[in-house]
Design a protein around this ligand. Structure first.
Ligand SMILES: Nc1ncnc2c1ncn2[C@@H]1O[C@H](COP(=O)(O)OP(=O)(O)OP(=O)(O)O)[C@@H](O)[C@H]1O
Length: 224
């Protein structure tokens, strides 16, 4: 469980998150809000990519400020732009990178690479240059690179924003099928219809915290 205790976040004199307290336990949680409302900043707090200026973020009792490394083992992060996440030139190398860092054995790296490529229909792309993948394939590779590290929770920051409809559907199906808990920031309301909980941000505060069935119409009205 992720426990957010009276968290505020400022950059210099600008406050972007204000006094947020939440317990995140549900399997699928959406983060909604206008541009600049603080979604990305909030998402980045959840695995210690950003640290709160005030308050605490606890992941199963681990404080992101003190236990960043252990927190990142539990909470994986998928960026909006997979180009920010894919660091190696060849698909297989990119998948292996994170696992090598965690000292997975060669056999295990091989097994997990095979498994994840098969899952996303990318077995033929094992030796393919990552920069030549389509946008959807890149995002699936970025998600795969996080999954092979076996996090318990995956935080995603607008993972479909750069994708066309077909690839958005592919990534949506991939998200749907994940066993892990997912916390997803998005502007795509269809993506989160079947989620368990939706948090709507406005000017750094959570102004709606409800089921998507209730939160989506309230958010639409707020944006009208
Ligand atoms: N590193 C930073 N330094 C200064 N200000 C920042 C930084 N990162 C974000 N901000 C500011 O914090 C506010 C919230 O940004 P954030 O990216 O969290 O919003 P968002 O809801 O994710 O927006 P979008 O939907 O456009 O991605 C914005 O006003 C942004 O300019």
């Amino acid at each position: 469980m992720i426990d957010i205790r009276d968290v505020s976040l400022s950059f210099d004199t600008r406050t972007v998150l204000r006094g947020i307290s939440l317990s995140l336990t549900e399997r699928r949680i959406a983060i909604l809000g206008a541009n600049g409302s603080g979604k990305s900043s909030f998402a980045r707090l959840l695995n210690g990519l950003l640290l709160p200026s005030r308050g605490q973020v606890l992941v199963d009792g681990l404080d992101t400020r003190k236990d960043g490394k252990a927190v990142r083992r539990k909470v994986g992060f998928v960026f909006q732009n997979p180009d920010n996440q894919i660091v190696f030139p060849v698909v297989e190398e990119d998948l292996a990178f994170g696992m090598k860092n965690l000292d997975f054995s060669k056999d295990e790296i091989r097994r997990k690479t095979d498994e994840i490529l098969a899952r996303y229909d990318m077995t033929d792309l094992r030796d393919y240059p990552a920069h030549l993948l389509s946008g959807g394939q890149k995002q699936l590779l970025a998600i795969s690179g996080v999954l092979v590290m076996e996090p318990e929770v995956i935080v995603m920051d607008e993972p479909t924003t750069l994708l066309d409809l077909r690839n958005t559907r592919r990534v949506a199906a991939a998200i749907d099928a994940l066993d892990q808990r997912v916390i997803l920031a998005t502007h795509d309301l269809r993506l989160i219809e079947r989620f368990d909980r939706a948090l709507v941000f406005d000017e750094g505060r959570v102004v709606i915290d409800d089921t998507p069935a209730a939160a989506i119409p309230a958010y639409e009205q707020m944006m009208a």
